[in-house]
Design a protein around this ligand. Structure first.
Ligand code: MG
Ligand code: MG
Length: 257
């Protein structure tokens, strides 16, 4: 079932989104060569809990950490551990917070030290594809308009988008209906309505769109070993467009990273 949220529910989601943004900023400022992904996880969990929220991912289907840390050819769901970040890596941080029963979910890809031009371009295009999708988020448009805008933008640079991982509705559950693919046909799919809350999240590969899951049953890597990037915001469909919920309004930089 696709739900629309009441004003009270939206306030909880704004608050959850702010906590996600604060945790994302804290992690971002700690990313540098020499830090471990487990250290980043601890920072995020501390920020989330210090604001009276719980990490949405911890325990979700048995996931063992507060954040996903996905390095280089890891697309999503990397598990924080003692891996040390190196100069030239890129790392996608995906994190969620639950405040008074409502979730926020956001992901961002960061450069560790100085990265290759290929990595910089992938990150830039993936981030821009998120905003290309968001520009289609308004009442009366259809879900396929968002999906198409994301996919068409990223593919115009020769990149690919895996079909097996999608965005999603979000609210009292981290993942709600509808799934939101990153490729699609304009004019198709459900009609967007004011009050819907959606997590839009392009995942983009430099190489082919195929993925595989490692033996830990979580870590998703690109099958051809190519670099991958991931950007995500939780949004609210408003009367005439959208509002990003996973931002810190005091720091507008956090909208664009
Ligand atoms: Mg996420
Ligand atoms: Mg998500």
């Amino acid at each position: 079932m696709i739900t629309t949220k009441s004003e009270r529910e939206i306030e909880c989601m704004r608050h959850a989104g702010l906590i996600v943004a604060l945790a994302r900023e804290a992690v971002a400022s700690a990313i540098r060569p020499g830090v471990t992904t487990k250290q980043l996880d601890s920072i995020a969990e501390k920020v989330i809990r210090s604001h009276g929220a719980t990490p949405s991912f911890k325990g979700y289907n048995g996931f063992p950490a507060a954040i996903c840390t996905s390095i280089n050819n890891v697309l999503v769901h990397g598990i924080p551990d003692h891996t040390v970040l190196k100069d030239g890596d890129i790392i996608s941080i995906d994190l969620g917070a639950c405040y008074q029963g409502y979730h926020g979910d956001s992901a961002w890809t960061y450069a560790v030290g100085e990265v290759s031009d290929e990595a910089k371009k992938l990150m830039q295009v993936t981030k821009e594809s998120l905003f290309a999708g968001l520009r289609q988020a308004k009442p009366g448009n259809r879900l396929g308009d968002i999906s198409h805008a994301i996919g068409e933008y990223a593919e115009s640079f020769g990149y690919s988008l895996p079909l097996d991982y999608t965005g999603h509705g979000i609210g009292t559950h981290l993942h709600e209906e509808p799934p939101i693919p990153n490729v699609g046909t304009p004019g198709k799919g459900i009609v967007l309505k004011e009050g819907m809350t959606l997590a839009i999240e392009p995942m983009v590969h430099v190489g082919k769109p195929f993925t595989r899951v490692l033996n830990d049953d979580w870590t998703v890597v690109t099958k051809d070993g190519s670099l991958a990037a991931h950007y995500e915001h939780t949004i609210l469909i408003t009367k005439d467009g959208y509002e990003i919920l996973t931002i810190n309004r005091e720091d507008t930089q956090s909208i664009y990273g």
